[in-house]
Design a protein around this ligand. Structure first.
Ligand code: ZN
Length: 165
């Protein structure tokens, strides 16, 4: 079995819509809503150091999923101060190790979308062991379609990730 969409066929492709230029402002950029991360409107951090905070998601389906944010309000990799750019690899390895320690995880996927908010954050999503149809770009789609687990379960798993870092 290879990676498979979490939708039954027939699916038909469609053309992209008209481009929206300029794009709508994102959270935390001029003209947009306030930055939820800077305003503390997110889930509480389960782990932090001088540079980073680690948070559980809400409304998710894969326990062990977490997102890592910079303490500084910067947009993407190229906007981070250079010491943080290099420190990201170190902390990403620790988060990955923490997620793998939960067991039943094949691989840890990283996603940096940046389309919702302008504050640097990267998602770490565990692909369940043996769930090969959710390989590659299919994992976020499966994550969306699978039934959500209680937020308390997501937070507890994130606490275990933090404890194993
Ligand atoms: Zn911010």
């Amino acid at each position: 079995m290879s990676m498979t969409l979490p939708y039954a066929e027939p699916l038909i492709s469609r053309e992209p819509g008209e481009r929206v230029i300029p794009e709508p402002p994102r959270r935390g950029e001029p003209g947009g809503p306030p930055c939820a991360i800077c305003d503390g409107q997110t889930t509480s951090a389960v782990w932090s150091d001088d540079n980073w905070t680690l948070h559980p998601p809400v409304g998710g389906s894969l326990p062990g999923s977490v997102w890592l944010a910079s303490r500084v309000h910067a947009d993407s990799f190229s906007d981070l101060p250079e010491p943080l750019q290099s420190d990201f690899g170190r902390v990403a390895a620790r988060v990955e190790r923490g997620i793998l320690s939960l067991g039943d995880v094949a691989r840890v996927h990283l996603y940096r979308w940046g389309d919702g908010g302008a504050h640097f954050h990267v998602w770490f999503i565990p692909r369940p062991l043996g769930m090969v149809e959710a390989s590659g770009m299919m994992l976020p789609l499966w994550e969306d379609v699978l039934p959500n687990v209680p937020d308390e379960e997501l937070a507890a798993a994130a606490e275990r990730v933090a404890a194993a870092m």
